[in-house]
Design a protein around this ligand. Structure first.
Ligand SMILES: *Cc1c(COP(=O)(O)O)cnc(C)c1O
Length: 391
């Protein structure tokens, strides 16, 4: 038999079409002629060239997230932090100033504290529940304000509308990391955001098996600059991860609803238990931002609940150990409930006083509620509380 060449790849012909997006891991795409390549590069024909520049699975996923956020230009990147980087590093230059919320995701805070200043970009943090505090942080050279609508782990709500009006009046870009809230609770573009980003890793993909990000800007020039920067710096998403996230997105709305319903129940239950000093859930009557939650989030509290145990590290250890069946793991948005302890993880770099100023004590836990049977989940929390009370 004559040896055959490996190329071109043969895709078997089929009049019928698959009902699931195929995974296309090809790193490179072959063209027939230099003229055809020209027409692609010049935008006269559609086509892929090299996966770092874009690939079908990223395009399919980006279009689905675009539809949720009500925009048409988003791109999918290799992680949520890649999306943060595309904005903070792709759209600033030395001499600019950036304002961030003082309770942003830990790595975003780190980029503001360490990386931007190293590159000559000054940064300030502000309490984003208070528009006056954000206004006070603005300088003539402020380029953008980065906020999260619901803070981690204290679940405070930003004054999104107030900050959007301020940014518009001052010609400053408003960037919203919508990971915690998701477009099912709030669509930041409708409130005046210029750029929205996500860690798709969390609720959208939803199964803790794919690390991805997404970012979109309404202004095509800003979008183009971020897209080029992402390609240059290699923020490419894996086709397989994109495929997994697309599969996850198919159940996103159902998962969000279920997790949110259970979260509300869990919050109310915990608030009634001995040994629990405080429960934080945005729509509860005792939450400081409940009125804002009713308006901005349309009464949707989300899937995150935080609570504070009476006592200290000993009670926290006893709780985490006895609440078997809940993964003590620092992520969120998974199908399974996860528990995190900020004092020993996300906020361990802060001093005790720094944590206390945020209300984060040794008894503070953050819960990302998953899809378990609500009764079984609550029983599991009761096991943990019983053990903590017995210390
Ligand atoms: C997890 C997270 C990120 C970072 O996302 P990765 O996918 O882990 O890189 C950014 N912002 C928020 C609010 C997050 O929760």
């Amino acid at each position: 038999m004559k040896p055959t060449l490996q190329r071109p790849v043969i895709v078997p012909e089929s009049l019928s079409t698959p009902v699931v997006t195929p995974i296309m891991p090809s790193v490179v795409y072959a063209s027939r002629t230099p003229d055809e390549l020209d027409s692609q590069y010049e935008g006269r024909a559609k086509g892929y060239t090299y996966a770092r520049e874009g690939h079908p699975n990223a395009s399919v996923l980006a279009a689905q997230i675009d539809a949720l956020e009500g925009v048409s230009s988003g791109i999918v990147l290799g992680s949520g932090m890649a999306a943060v980087s595309a904005v903070l590093l792709g759209l600033t230059k030395a001499g600019d100033h950036v304002v961030g919320g003082d309770q942003l995701y830990g790595r975003s805070l780190r980029m503001l504290a360490e990386d931007l200043p190293r590159l000559g970009i000054a940064t300030s943090l502000a309490d984003v529940t208070d528009v006056a505090a954000v206004e006070a942080a603005l300088r003539p050279e402020t380029r953008m304000v980065l906020i999260e609508v619901v803070s981690n782990p204290t679940l405070r709500l930003a004054d999104l509308d107030g900050i959007a009006a301020l940014c518009k009046a001052r010609g400053v870009l408003l960037v919203v990391d919508n990971t915690f809230t998701t477009p099912l609770a709030v669509k930041p573009f409708d409130h005046g955001a210029d750029i929205v980003l996500h860690s798709v890793t969390k609720l959208m993909a939803g199964h803790s098996d794919a690390t991805l990000g997404w970012v979109a800007a309404r202004d095509p020039d800003l979008m183009q600059r971020m897209a080029v920067f992402a390609v240059t710096t290699g923020m490419t998403a894996s086709p397989f991860d994109c495929w997994l996230a697309e599969r996850g997105l198919a159940t996103f709305a159902l998962r969000f609803q279920r997790a949110q319903d259970t979260a509300r129940r869990l919050a109310d239950h915990l608030a009634d238990q001995a040994g629990v000093a405080r429960v934080l859930y945005p729509t509860r009557p005792d939450h400081p931002d409940r009125t804002r939650a009713q308006g901005l989030l349309q009464g949707q509290g989300g899937n995150m609940v935080s609570f504070v145990l009476d006592g200290g590290r000993a009670q926290a250890n006893a709780f985490a150990e006895a609440a078997k069946g809940i993964a003590f793991a620092p992520t969120l948005g998974d199908v399974g409930t996860t528990l995190s302890h900020p004092a020993s993880s996300s906020h361990r770099a802060l001093t005790v006083e720094g944590r206390a100023a945020l209300g984060i004590t040794e008894g503070f836990f953050r819960v990302s509620v998953g899809l378990e049977d609500p009764e079984a989940l609550i029983a599991c929390f009761d096991d943990g509380l019983g053990a903590a009370r017995g210390v």
